[in-house]
Design a protein around this ligand. Structure first.
Ligand SMILES: NC(=O)c1ccc[n+]([C@@H]2O[C@H](COP(=O)([O-])OP(=O)(O)OC[C@H]3O[C@@H](n4cnc5c(N)ncnc54)[C@H](OP(=O)(O)O)[C@@H]3O)[C@@H](O)[C@H]2O)c1
Length: 263
């Protein structure tokens, strides 16, 4: 039957490319994402481009606890070698904490944090039984420093990063690779970036490099351009400057978004 990779948030952006690339190297893939139509389209695309099996599970990770029983059932009997916890949700635009609905804060926590914990909890035991497996958790460069106007989002990504690092130390002796990935901007729907560049790559360019770091780095910015940005932010720029730039950038993006909404 062969080994499977499970990818959450697999119908667009970074997650879709992970799914495509894992299929290209011969893994069957389970796509776990929200929209059934998009799942069908990606299933067809992957099936047309490779000889692997593709299975889809339509769930909204924002819904919280009750979805995991169904996910666990759908995954029963599959030998899962790779889990990519990619699904993520951010604010529509950078916003002050009280401008974001309470419901959206809860959804961000469910989608970004709870999904990562629960999917790992479902899949890790069989990896431990086989003494091998790979778990890739997509955090964010916004976990490196406090990100004003993205408070709940960036704090959720700190969780993902620390969760990964702690598990990596717990389970590396058991043959499990656990990786935390911290992208800066990638051209996707979430980032709303319209044009890619060296520092804001397409998901294809980004994942192409990020996937090569599995088993090499337990924590990575994922691609060369982002490693350079990380070096500047962590190693060269003083904290006050990073704070100033981050606050100003998010206030400016918020203002532009509000102006656009008013038009
Ligand atoms: N793009 C960036 O600049 C950037 C930077 C740092 C970190 N990241 C992280 O990278 C990861 C992927 O981001 P992306 O930019 O590739 O996002 P994206 O292009 O917006 O894709 C998100 C994927 O997740 C699915 N999804 C969203 N909400 C969901 C939910 N509630 N339940 C189930 N599936 C859901 C979407 O499916 P539907 O379309 O059906 O909703 C889509 O397949 C996220 O964890 C994000 O935080 C991204």
């Amino acid at each position: 039957m062969g080994s499977w990779a499970v990818v959450t948030g697999a119908t667009d952006g970074i997650g879709k490319v992970y799914a495509e690339k894992l299929a290209k190297i011969g893994l069957n893939v389970v796509l776990v994402s929200r929209s059934p139509e998009k799942l069908k389209a990606v299933e067809n695309e992957i099936s047309a481009g490779s000889n692997v099996q593709v299975k889809t599970v339509a769930v909204d990770f924002g819904d919280g606890n009750h979805i995991y029983e169904r996910i666990e059932k759908e995954l029963q009997g599959l030998e899962i070698g790779v889990l990519v916890n990619n699904v993520g949700m951010a604010y529509k635009n950078p916003s002050y904490f009280l401008e974001v609905d309470r419901e959206d804060h809860a959804k961000i926590i469910n989608v970004n944090i709870f999904s990562c914990v629960m999917m790992t909890n479902i899949i890790l035991p069989q990896m431990i039984d086989r003494k091998k497996g790979v778990i890739v958790n997509i955090s964010s460069a916004s976990a490196m420093m406090p990100s004003p106007l993205l408070a709940t989002y960036s704090a959720s990504k700190v969780f993902v990063d620390y969760f990964s690092q702690a598990l990596e130390r717990e389970y590396k002796d058991k043959g499990i690779i656990i990786q935390s990935v911290l992208p800066f901007f990638v051209k996707t729907n979430m980032s709303k970036i319209k044009k890619s560049s060296f520092f804001m790559p397409t998901p294809a360019t980004y994942v192409d490099q990020a996937i090569g770091t599995i088993g090499v780095a337990s924590k990575t910015f994922g691609c060369l351009a982002h490693a350079l940005q990380g070096f500047v932010v962590q190693g060269l720029a003083p904290d006050w400057l990073v704070d100033y730039v981050s606050l100003k950038m998010h206030i400016d993006i918020r203002k532009r978004a509000l102006r656009k909404k008013q038009k």
